[in-house]
Design a binder for this molecule. Structure first.
Ligand code: ATP
Length: 219
């Protein structure tokens, strides 16, 4: 009798953000994390109207253009425009529901920085998000885990797991910490540098730098 060997599930890493603009602090830690997880794809999902921010500086098309330029140069990255195609506020839970429906067999890993985990319970339907994916949180090397743990609410604390081997048994609901190379870069820092007429090219891929210069963004 022949047995059919079940193929392992497809693994998809996702990074949502305002990307206003996208910078090396988004790209490099997320790529390192995706490599560590062994995911086949890393999807970048620009938010249309971020629920937690008062507005964006560049418009939705410009932010998507900049992400597209990055994806052109990195074949492991894919621009996912689903939130930009919506008229309403962007909610991660809606995107995850859609992706799960499109790829029912896939395991989804939602990557975020530690700052995002600390406000995660303010996200819409955060409990449902945890039924759809695992969270992978980038922390800084040397940052003591217990400091993060003590800052987390109990509902999140009990979901923390510490090894990739353990994570493979869970399709969703777990939070794993990953130490990626720390890059002290934010979009806010870049916008401030541009406004103050200071050098900022070192924080971005070259193509994004040229786009910002060409369109005179963030002046
Ligand atoms: P802003 O300064 O405008 O608030 P940002 O640089 O924090 O923007 P977002 O687009 O809001 O960028 O971030 C998207 C995701 O990327 C979030 O989960 C955030 O934690 C993560 N992230 C942003 N910058 C870094 C970084 N330097 N290292 C690791 N993760 C980061």
């Amino acid at each position: 009798m022949s047995t059919t060997k079940q193929s392992p599930p497809k693994l998809i890493a996702l990074l949502g953000g305002t990307f206003d603009p996208i910078h090396l602090g988004h790209i490099l830690p997320a790529q390192e994390t995706a490599l560590w997880l062994g995911t086949e794809q890393l999807h970048l999902i620009p938010a249309h109207i971020p629920p937690h921010k008062s507005g964006t500086h560049a418009n939705a098309k410009q932010r998507a253009d900049m992400v597209a330029l990055v994806c052109d140069n990195h074949k492991d990255l894919q621009l996912d425009k689903r939130e930009l195609n919506r008229d309403s506020a962007s909610y991660t839970v809606d995107s995850l529901r859609e992706i799960k429906a499109e790829q029912p067999g896939a395991d989804l890993y939602f990557i975020m920085g530690m700052d995002s985990l600390l406000t995660f319970t303010q996200w819409r339907s955060w409990q449902e998000i945890l039924t759809l994916c695992n969270l992978v949180v980038n922390i800084r090397p040397g940052y003591p885990h217990f400091e993060l743990e003590s800052a987390l609410v109990p509902e999140l604390k009990h979901r923390l797991i510490y090894s990739l081997a353990q994570l493979q048994f869970h399709q969703s609901g777990q939070i794993i910490l990953h130490e990626s190379t720390p890059l002290d870069i934010s979009s806010t820092l870049i916008r401030e540098k541009i406004k103050a007429n200071l050098a900022y090219a070192q924080y971005l891929p070259q193509s994004v730098y040229h786009y910002i210069e060409q369109h005179r963004l963030y002046r």
